[in-house]
Design a protein around this ligand. Structure first.
Ligand code: XIL
Length: 385
């Protein structure tokens, strides 16, 4: 079994004044309180700018979209789960059709980049959480979409000032402040946080990175505790790629979560990114794998699904892509209590894949003209069945 090469490098109690409990949040759109409390930023750290919120972009009328009814989000709602996407902020304004599909088809959203550390603290000590307030959060609120926060502790997309010479103690204090300040800034508006992103190597060993070095190998537990202290009601996840198959990496994640639970560390979910490639076999045992994680009593979510292919697109590759999307969702729906199935962008015109994987692309559910591809219809069929 070859893994899908990525190439990138408690059930919390429901009483939450700001966010619905997990069940009611998933079951209902009405009352899904994603609207921004006006005072949230005032309580945060010093802001570098006071960017005004964006104006409402133009969106096409539903009738002009020529998409089948019910939508993905409606079909998912009937099954008690949410269908999500990462939002590519520039596209919300560039394309009224993008904005309309985003609103119509998806009920939970992730910020593609605007909550990452390089965006929220470009200069040391000048935390600025307003990028997310500009387009991403108002869009989610308008569309009655829950929000997954992405992400807090990762080796990627770090601000350049972190690469200056610092002691381990300084770096540890920076990451603690970063987690605490960011979770606090968005408290009450984030359904689930990817607290830890991509902590494992392919062989299941803990990746050595700036945080495992500065804080120590137990940085995962420590960061989860920081996040929990800052927002006790957010569901806290570890998120990684190439976790879909049963194998050394998912075995290690399973052991990691179990160990955290035994120590009483707040860990509520595992995110399976789901970045697949038609050139590799579909991850073997995905359904059983997801089920064993669910049996730990945590949430299991697909967080970044896409299925890339070498360009140009061929009918055979498109068929494989459709099959892989279908198999991913089908595997996910075998979990007793599915939460959310999120794609990492829904439009080939705006996908991260083309910029990251030389010669590959066409990884999403809608083509370059934002017309639905076979995979979109296949996901509808699975949700309808
Ligand atoms: C990607 C974004 O989509 C790109 O725009 C950005 O340039 C790099 O990061 N795994 C993750 C995501 O957890 O944060 C990554 O997002 C894709 C891989």
């Amino acid at each position: 079994m070859s893994p899908q090469a990525s190439g990138v490098e408690d059930r919390a109690p429901g009483a939450n004044a700001d966010l619905p409990s997990r069940r009611s949040a998933l079951g209902l759109f009405a009352g899904a309180a994603v609207a921004a409390p006006a005072t949230a930023l005032a309580a945060g750290p010093a802001l570098a700018s006071d960017r005004p919120p964006a104006m409402t972009p133009a969106a096409l009328a539903d009738a002009d979209l020529d998409l089948p009814s019910p939508s993905l989000r409606e079909l998912a709602e009937r099954r008690g789960l949410r269908i999500g996407t990462a939002i590519h902020d520039p596209a919300v304004f560039a394309s009224p059709r993008y904005a309309a599909i985003l609103a119509r088809e998806f009920s939970i959203v992730s910020p593609e980049n605007v909550m990452k550390w390089d965006t929220v603290e470009p200069e040391h000590g000048l935390a600025d959480f307003t990028a997310a307030e500009h387009i991403f959060l108002p869009t989610a609120a308008r569309n009655r979409q829950l929000v997954r926060g992405h992400n807090l502790v990762w080796h990627g997309q770090l601000p350049s000032w972190l690469s200056r010479t610092w002691t381990s103690a300084q770096l540890a204090s920076f990451v603690q402040a970063h987690v605490t300040d960011e979770v606090t800034a968005f408290r009450g508006r984030i359904f689930a946080w990817d607290v830890i992103n991509e902590p494992l190597n392919e062989d299941g060993t803990l990746a050595t990175n700036i945080w495992s070095t500065a804080v120590g190998p137990d940085y995962i537990a420590t960061a989860l505790q920081w996040a929990h202290a800052a927002d006790p009601h957010a569901r806290l996840y570890i998120n990684d790629f190439n976790l879909e198959a049963i194998g050394p990496k998912s075995d290690a994640m399973y052991a990691l979560v179990k160990g955290l639970q035994q120590r009483g560390i707040p860990i509520h979910g595992v995110g399976f990114q789901g970045h697949l490639d038609v050139r590799f076999p579909f991850p073997s045992g995905m359904a059983e794998n997801l089920q064993r994680f669910a049996a730990l009593g945590i949430d299991v979510a697909v967080t970044e699904a896409d299925v890339r292919m070498p360009l140009p697109v061929t009918p055979a590759q498109l068929a494989t892509q459709t099959s892989y999307y279908s198999q991913m969702l089908s595997a996910y729906l075998t979990v007793p209590d599915p939460v959310s199935f999120t794609v990492w962008g829904f439009a080939d015109a705006y996908s991260w894949v083309d910029g990251f994987f030389t010669g590959e692309g066409a990884a999403t559910l809608f083509d370059k003209n934002l017309h639905p591809k076979p995979a979109y219809f296949a996901l509808r069929d699975i949700l309808t069945a």
